[in-house]
Design a protein around this ligand. Structure first.
Ligand code: ATP
Ligand code: MG
Ligand code: MG
Length: 547
């Protein structure tokens, strides 16, 4: 079921279609290519694409590339990959820079209409003269330049006659407006910088508030959906469309951005984690980026289900990070092969099992989904178990292995711990156990019961594997106001070396498994090589949260 539940934007779209205000809806997703997309962007992507899908409209992917210094083609490519991976295909791929010439011409039109002027004030002077919420702004001394002089200066700005910051083009609106965004906002600035698409063709660049409505109008966008911080910009959005005499009249609608507990999502912050080497790349599995979540093992289905569940509202809210985990568990529950992995191995020798013998045991692939069938796993005299599944001096209610105790080996036999082998320092290095052939799994044995069941991997055929376990990147809560680089959790990554079942030899990047008792894991596509399989833990098994 692809359609999401009702929301206020859908109501608007339905009303507009019904009233004949629009014949077809057109939305866009407009990222700035200055970083990789994060889970917050996923919400915006789902919203825009699913809305158009549901009402048989169109969605463009438009790069908002008006700030050349921070932008890069690496980001342009990564963003496209992420949108596609989420399961969406855009109608048209556009760039704000495709429209630079038209935007320039519309600015000339504004000048001719007396609606824009070239201003020589510095950025700081402009900020000072803008006033505040309680105090009106002051007119620029350059506000009354003639149309001829403005046309000449603007052409010379374009021609490269002035240095960065020497002049700007400002819309002439109202320095007394209660809305600060309407106090003669800057619409063009000078920046002698190389643009990743237009190269050195331009040294003036349009500002977001000017470029965005024009881009929407040029593309025939009907519903321009953005986050709430742009609410106060809407009058300027409408002003630009009207004064530039655009044929199409898109409308802007705002919704509350996604916030997730313990997760900082701004691209600026995520970029500094990469630049400072806190994480190894934008797609580090600890990152809240779409590429990081993908590499960790999240699926597009889980992410879309999450976005649908959180819904679209205008009220500020923070979503519990565990909710995302809930959806990946739900998605993988019936799909993932359930197998055994030993993350911290302890060798067990089964002394009464014939030396040199290997038998094959049948194991179901998914206890909740019979259709996934069964597999054969080897069993022999030497196996690995989890170090945690043995205690020399058991605490109360410890039902796993300890001297003299009997447990069930999943899919195999009951074993009893007979002897503990230690090294010179007193560390346990091996257990000697005996097994009872009558207790074979599936044999219907009912002679006695044991309280503990543990997992294991046969030693001679075990495949060495690395397990990467993650904790949050930041310590402390959301209200901790220390700079984030001081809040980095030094233990956010734990690397363990252990073993998996022999059939894991064929595991490929992005394959997902449930390891009995450990949780869901994804094969890391970057770190897995011919000699070693590397697994990222997506999420543990226990669900502490249900929406
Ligand atoms: P950041 O602050 O992380 O840099 P941004 O808003 O500057 O994000 P853009 O590339 O401008 O990033 O965003 C593209 C689209 O994604 C915009 O429409 C923006 O409103 C939306 N978006 C960004 N962050 C969120 C979020 N947390 N929740 C929902 N939508 C978001
Ligand atoms: Mg931005
Ligand atoms: Mg933005």
């Amino acid at each position: 079921n692809k359609t999401s539940s009702s929301n206020f934007i859908k109501s608007i779209v339905e009303a507009d279609l019904k009233a004949g205000k629009v014949s077809e809806i057109v939305t866009r997703f407009p990222p700035e290519p200055n970083g990789y997309l994060h889970i917050g962007h996923a919400k915006s992507i789902c919203l825009n694409f699913e809305l158009a899908d549901e009402y048989k409209g169109k969605t463009n992917l438009r790069f908002d590339d008006t700030n050349p210094v921070k932008e890069d083609t690496e980001y342009v490519e990564a963003i496209q990959e992420d949108v596609r991976w989420l399961g969406f295909e855009w109608d048209e791929l556009r760039f704000a820079s495709d429209y630079f010439e038209e935007m320039y011409e519309r600015a000339v039109l504004l000048i001719k209409k007396g609606k824009a002027f070239v201003c020589d004030l510095t950025a700081e002077q402009i900020r000072e003269m803008r006033g505040s919420l309680t105090e009106p702004g002051k007119n620029s001394p350059f506000r009354d330049r003639s149309v001829e002089e403005n046309l000449d200066l603007f052409a010379r700005m374009r021609a490269g006659e002035f240095k960065d910051g020497e002049k700007v083009l400002r819309a002439k609106i109202d320095m007394g407006s209660p809305n600060i965004n309407l106090r003669d906002p800057v619409i063009y600035r000078i920046s002698h910088s190389h643009h990743h698409r237009t190269g050195d063709a331009w040294c003036i660049y349009p500002m977001y508030d000017y470029a965005h409505p024009l881009g929407d109008a040029i593309e025939g966008v009907t519903h321009s959906i953005c986050t709430l911080e742009f609410e106060d910009h809407r009058p300027l959005y409408d002003w630009v469309i009207a004064e530039c005499e655009m044929e199409a009249t898109p409308h802007q609608y705002e919704f509350a951005r996604l916030n997730v507990t313990n997760t900082i999502m701004s691209k600026r912050y995520l970029k500094s984690l990469v630049d400072e080497g806190v994480v190894d790349a934008w797609d580090d599995p600890r990152m809240p980026t779409i590429s990081g979540l993908r590499r960790k093992g999240f699926t597009p289905e889980a992410m879309r289900a999450f976005c649908r569940e959180i819904g679209v509202a205008r009220a500020y809210s923070v979503v519990d990070e565990r909710m995302l985990e809930h959806f990946i568990r739900e998605d993988l529950k019936l799909k993932a092969l359930r197998t055994m992995a030993v993350i911290e191995p302890l060798k067990v020798v089964i002394t009464n099992y014939p030396e040199g013998q290997v038998e094959m045991l049948e194991a179901e692939n998914n206890a909740e989904n019979e259709e996934m069938g069964t597999r054969q796993i080897p069993f022999s005299r030497e196996i690995y178990i989890e170090r945690d599944d043995f205690m020399e001096n058991p605490v109360a209610k410890y039902f796993r292995l300890f001297p003299g105790n009997e447990v069930r080996l999943k899919h195999a036999y009951f074993i009893t711990c007979q002897e503990v082998i230690k090294d010179a320092e007193g560390n346990v290095v091996e257990l000697r156990c005996t097994y009872d052939p009558e207790t074979k799994s599936g044999s219907g044995f009912t002679g006695r019961k044991v309280k503990g069941t543990i997992h294991w991997v046969e030693a001679s055929q075990a495949v060495p594997a690395q397990f990467r376990l993650f904790e949050p990147l930041l310590v402390d809560g959301d209200d901790d106001d220390r700079p984030f680089l001081e809040r980095i959790n030094p233990d956010s990554l734990e690397v363990r070396e252990g073993f998996v079942e022999p059939n894991m030899k064929e595991a490929q990047g992005q394959d997902k498994f449930q390891f009995f008792r450990h949780g869901y894991f994804n094969v890391d596509p970057k770190l897995t090589g011919a000699d070693k399989v590397v697994f990222n833990r997506i999420v543990s098994l226990k669900s502490s949260f249900d929406p």
